[in-house]
Design a protein around this ligand. Structure first.
Ligand SMILES: Nc1ncnc2c1ncn2[C@@H]1O[C@H](COP(=O)(O)OP(=O)(O)OP(=O)(O)O)[C@@H](O)[C@H]1O
Ligand SMILES: [Mg+2]
Length: 392
């Protein structure tokens, strides 16, 4: 037994640097984000002379919002330091810190790791921050990543306060610049006062990566993380094809990483397209499993009905009416009482929020609210299998 384990531990790997495949690894070059980085640099030029600047970065999943912002902020801090300006860069993920107090605490522990995590009000913490910045003569570059979580839970008070941090001091300088990042536009949730501050801030919108852009991104990651000649060009192309549908670089890199694991598992020296296909199948299954756990029984039954319907018809869309018919039959099979039509709508919404289906209004001008349902990310057959296992 020991020697089996030893064999595996010391077996050779196609990967030379696993760290370069980490989700939070930021490569020193970001292909296809040069223009956006230039724009950021131009926008934040005033910060070098202590003039605050705010920005909003928006774009769909895996378009490099976090990576690009980290890359930019680290460079800015470094360049500013060379000319004697102190910029303190703090990157807060608002999904993890979604209240004003938690964000401020995150900022303050950057300055003092032992800052007590209770006992200070939001006002007091702001005062401490003000003192810290004044004492260090530093400018705070605060990145609020996934800021929608903060805005949703706690509103925009903190954003408002931070961007007007020093209105009452003689210098008139604001020592805080804020970069907000979000997949969606969050301004809809802003009140008028906060909006007036941020309207002036410039937005940068990142588009989904095209298939060809993903080829470059994956190729770069291959050279950073893999030994030479271990990943076939065709495998890179296939990864880009698969991830090209969503334009998501994270998905592409995840496929690359998993394909590498498959090659190692098979003890072969090259990552071939079959490994990519296996990686794709597995990625769907892991993501799906966690998302399914969030759904209730009725929602699972309804989702199963959608999968069955789409599989049977082999079509891209099923109407709500068709799904409802199948749902009645499915409930009977599982001896469950079907819920009323109105509840069905709630279930569909939840399933959509969980990311399984997308819905769009039928364009045929029919009466009522006929919606067309599709399964954009997962083959109906795969989903059906999973659901049937889960429901028995
Ligand atoms: N232009 C690029 N070049 C190289 N790697 C990139 C590029 N863009 C993104 N990546 C990599 O893809 C992954 C996802 O990027 P990132 O985390 O920045 O996406 P995001 O837009 O913040 O997504 P989310 O909305 O889910 O937070 C990271 O591993 C990142 O390093
Ligand atoms: Mg991100």
């Amino acid at each position: 037994m020991g020697s089996i384990i030893e064999d595996e531990l010391f077996s050779s790997s196609v990967v030379k640097d696993l760290h370069a495949l980490d989700f939070d690894f930021v490569p020193s070059e970001l292909p296809h984000r040069t223009e956006q980085l230039k724009r950021l640099a131009l926008m934040f030029k005033p910060v070098l002379s202590h003039t605050a600047q705010n920005a909003f970065i928006r774009g769909p999943v895996g378009t490099g919002k976090t990576a690009m912002t980290k890359h930019f902020c680290h460079s800015l801090v470094h360049i500013a330091r060379k000319q004697g300006t102190i910029i303190e860069y703090v990157h807060i993920n608002c999904r993890k810190r979604s209240t004003d107090a938690m964000v401020l605490l995150g900022v303050l522990t950057h300055f003092d790791p032992r800052f007590p995590d209770r006992g200070f009000s939001v006002q007091e913490m702001q005062q401490v921050l003000r003192t810290q910045l004044a004492r260090k003569e530093a400018h705070l570059l605060l990145v609020l990543d996934e800021v929608d979580a903060l805005v949703k839970k706690s509103g925009t008070n903190l954003l408002y306060d931070l961007t007007r941090f020093n209105d009452d001091v003689q210098t008139g300088r604001t020592p805080v610049s804020v970069i907000m990042i979000s997949q969606k536009d969050v301004f809809a949730h802003f009140d008028a006062a906060s909006l007036s501050t941020f309207k002036r801030s410039t937005a940068i919108v990142l588009e989904k990566y095209s298939r060809d852009e993903l080829v470059d991104i994956v190729r770069q990651r291959v050279s950073l993380a893999f030994h030479g000649n271990t990943v076939l060009g065709e495998s890179i192309e296939l990864i880009a094809d698969i991830a090209g549908e969503s334009g998501d670089a994270r998905f592409a890199i995840e496929l690359l990483w998993k394909a590498g694991l498959y090659a190692d598992e098979k003890h072969v020296k090259q990552v071939v397209p079959e490994h990519v296909r296996a990686a794709k199948a597995e990625t769907f299954s892991v993501v799906t499993e966690t998302k399914l756990q969030a759904l209730g029984k009725q929602e699972l039954l309804l989702l199963l009905s959608i999968a069955k319907r789409l599989q049977k018809d082999g079509s891209a869309y099923a109407s709500t009416g068709e799904v409802e018919q199948t749902y009645m039959v499915t409930c009977e099979e599982y001896s469950e009482e079907p819920r009323a039509h109105t509840m069905m709508w709630n279930y569909l919404k939840k399933i959509e929020e969980a990311g399984f289906i997308s819905m769009k209004r039928s364009g045929k001008g029919q009466v009522g609210t006929t919606q067309l349902i599709s399964l954009p990310d997962i083959p109906a057959e795969v989903l059906r299998d999973k659901l049937e296992k889960l429901l028995t």
